[in-house]
Write a protein of this length. Structure first.
Length: 354
């Protein structure tokens, strides 16, 4: 079996870079793509804004406090989608095995090519020439390592982890850099004495599964540089969501509505970024006693506007009885994509109601 050659391409501050490209007055200045207001969130921040701590999914009011000179620019998803299609057309000149993760990143399987690094360099050059934008590329033997590599020399970076380098690279890698290990999981690992790939490799698979559930199987492989996932050109995303935990628990419905609005904007941004369509909206609440509940509503057709998402999510929140408890976390997810079951039909029943 041929050893895979995987490239991960990640556009640099994609939305913000497009805005700076199209408006020269924004070049070299800290900008954020998103809605400037009490309920807004940052979709993408330019590299000039990032030293201030401004990043995607950050509430706009927090971003403004961190960087008073920040310029907010409304998102133009029709433009981003058109540019993304240009970039995907370039990818498909090199391979049919392209798995888009969002408008601004994708995996490419170029196992048939003599040198994946040369292909990545050529793709980067063509993207710059045809779109005037920069991309970073990671090259390695699997998806996990390629994705890590693409983040190593941003912006406009190219980093290759060769087969002979995998073991040493993974051993020295902080667990926070592994795919699927977020801040909460990393902190749990730190308490277990696991700080690097070498530490993680000391744990057997059964113990990791016992501590982390099914994800433990993946962690066991990642610690050894193993990731058997194939590049899937027709992979169907099952859901898109976001959530936020409050600094102080609250039962104030006005505040909860405002917090939900910020989460909802982030969800809508992700729906746009991932070109996702879903018919079911799920509201998640976690109370001060850590009990978690969900409420959901399934529509006949996919959510097609932020107004529709607003209406459904507010209805779900209004229907929850807190029973005297306060809320510490609120989340929103859109799922049940029609693409997951193209032949399924949502039945309508006539109950004679007006």
């Amino acid at each position: 079996m041929l050893q895979r050659k995987i490239i991960h391409i990640d556009m640099d501050a994609f939305y913000a870079s497009v805005e700076q490209r199209d408006d020269p007055s924004l070049r070299g200045r800290p900008i954020a793509v998103g809605h400037d207001g009490p309920r807004g969130v940052v979709s993408t921040a330019s590299y000039e804004a990032r030293p201030y701590g401004v990043r995607s999914a950050l509430p706009s009011v927090t971003a403004r406090r961190l960087c008073p000179e920040l310029i907010f620019v409304p998102a133009r998803f029709d433009v981003y989608k058109a540019v993304s299609q240009q970039i995907r057309d370039i990818f498909r000149e090199y391979t049919e095995l392209v798995e888009p993760l969002s408008l601004d990143e994708a995996f490419l399987d170029v196992t048939h090519e003599r040198s994946a690094t040369l292909v990545a360099r050529e793709i980067k050059a063509r993207i710059r020439r045809q779109t005037e934008l920069t991309a970073s590329a990671g090259v390695s033997v699997n998806k996990m390592l390629a994705k890590i590599a693409s983040d190593y020399r941003k912006p406009d970076g190219l980093f290759t982890i060769a087969p002979s380098e995998v073991e040493a690279f993974v051993a020295a890698l902080p667990v926070e850099r592994f795919f699927g290990i977020g801040a909460v999981t990393a902190e749990r690992m730190h308490r277990m004495g696991i700080h690097t790939g070498a530490d993680l490799r000391q744990w057997d698979e059964a113990a990791l599964v016992q501590r982390f559930g099914k994800a433990g199987h993946a962690y066991y492989g990642y610690a050894r540089g193993v990731d058997e996932r194939e590049v899937e050109p027709h992979r169907v995303r099952k859901s898109v969501g976001a959530e936020t935990t409050f600094a102080e628990d609250t039962d104030d419905r006005t505040r909860l509505s405002m917090e939900l609005a910020a989460v909802r904007e982030e969800v809508w941004n992700r729906i746009q970024r991932h070109e996702f369509r879903g018919k079911t909206v799920v509201l998640k609440l976690k109370y001060d006693d850590f009990r978690q509940i969900t409420r959901s509503k399934t529509l006949f057709t996919a959510i097609d506007s932020d107004e529709a998402l607003c209406r459904v999510s507010e209805e779900l929140l209004a229907g929850v009885d807190f029973h005297g408890r306060k809320v510490r976390l609120i989340g929103l997810t859109v799922g049940n994509t029609p693409e997951a079951c193209a032949d399924c039909v949502q039945l309508r029943f006539d109950f004679g109601e007006e």
